[in-house]
Design a protein around this ligand. Structure first.
Ligand code: FES
Length: 125
């Protein structure tokens, strides 16, 4: 096996944090083939390495729901569409101009469509 045939690791350096709190970068190493898309990689991380990583998506690779928007290597992308490059140190972050909810989840719902604290309680009184 020569160097070109050797499996290459996928590196995801993910900016994590909650709300306005401090951010930290967590590095994940994925085997080649674990992730064709960034969303595949993040789902692989959740299933195999760290189920606390917060990611939002809905349609999974259909590019229909637009809920997987985040920043990859400085560019806003749809995580379900953008392809991973093994051997590259990818930088992953939440959207820069939206409030962070947790990790890679940003507040993208219009203000009128957001649940208010009273609505989320499930209390009908
Ligand atoms: S998961 Fe729906 S557009 Fe990416």
């Amino acid at each position: 096996m020569n160097a070109e045939q050797a499996p290459k690791t996928i590196y995801l350096n993910v900016q994590r944090g909650v709300g306005d709190g401090p951010s930290r970068t967590q590095r994940y190493e994925l085997p080649e083939g674990a992730a064709a898309s960034l969303l595949d990689g993040l789902r692989w991380v959740r299933q195999n390495l760290d189920d606390t990583l917060a990611v939002r998506y809905s349609c999974i690779n259909a590019n229909a729901c637009k809920e997987c928007m985040m920043v990859l290597d400085g560019k806003v992308v749809y995580a379900c569409v953008v392809r991973m490059q093994p051997g590259v140190e990818h930088q992953v972050a939440p959207l820069p101009n939206k409030a962070r909810v947790r990790d890679l989840i940003s507040q993208i719902a219009p203000v009128k469509e957001r649940l208010q604290a009273d609505d989320a309680s499930g209390d009908d009184e």
